[in-house]
Design a protein around this ligand. Structure first.
Ligand SMILES: C[S@@+](CC[C@H](N)C(=O)[O-])C[C@H]1O[C@@H](n2cnc3c(N)ncnc32)[C@H](O)[C@@H]1O
Length: 202
């Protein structure tokens, strides 16, 4: 991992510095997940567990990330002490999906970290899991006529930032349906970046 990635990915920088620079409020993304008290949520690429700032209704929450530093940070959150909250440092496989049988899958800031084959493979695994009712993705995106956004996107740690069509192509290859999609400001009043949010169904 490069020094740039290590600095930007450090939990303190990610959770305290980045929101001051970019302006971060993921409320619309988590509202789009539309989780209720019966839902089993799988949060892939959960990072430091920020989802728990936004989600208050679920049966179980499972956060997976490949970064051990991020998962250690997540496990220190007060909400992590709840018996229905679980974190794991691991890749999500078909066996994980069959074990958890999630109804809602969150990929907040994940797809632009994955190359096309990894992204389509993961989306296909979700598509093949019969319990999954909804997947929400949220990613840095290149947008025409948005130079400031595109500079921020260029500086993103994710190596696979795409344009809108690039994200749609991943969904089409996984044979999922886009129920809704929109560009959302990273913060409703202060956000200088835009994220591409898709609500996907099987
Ligand atoms: C931009 S961060 C988003 C973190 C969190 N979802 C949030 O909204 O704050 C992307 C995360 O995806 C993780 N990641 C990258 N590739 C992954 C993979 N194949 N499986 C699980 N997590 C992955 C990274 O370690 C990183 O924590």
């Amino acid at each position: 991992m490069s020094l740039y990635d290590r600095i930007l990915g450090h939990p303190f920088v990610y959770h305290h510095v980045r929101p001051l620079v970019v302006g971060i409020d993921y409320t619309p993304q988590y509202e789009a997940l539309d989780a209720g008290f019966d839902d089993r949520i799988l949060d892939i690429g959960c990072g430091g567990g920020d989802a728990l700032r936004y989600l208050d209704r679920f049966d179980t929450y499972h956060g997976f990330d490949t970064d051990e530093v991020a998962i250690s940070f997540a496990r220190q959150r007060p909400e992590a002490a709840r018996p229905n909250v679980h974190f794991a440092t691991a890749l999500v496989s078909s066996a994980v999906l069959q074990g958890i049988r999630p109804t809602r899958v969150m990929m907040n800031g994940l797809l632009h970290h994955l190359d096309d084959e990894e992204a389509v493979g993961l989306l296909k695994m979700c598509a093949a899991t019969d319990t999954v009712q909804r997947i929400v993705t949220n990613d840095t995106v290149y947008l025409p006529g948005e130079p400031l956004n595109n500079i921020m996107a260029r500086l993103d740690r994710g190596r696979f930032v795409r344009d809108v069509q690039g994200y749609r192509d991943l969904v089409a290859r996984a044979r999922l349906t886009i129920a809704s999609e929109e560009a959302v400001r990273s913060h409703p009043t202060r956000g200088i970046a835009r994220y591409w949010v898709m609500v996907l169904e099987r």
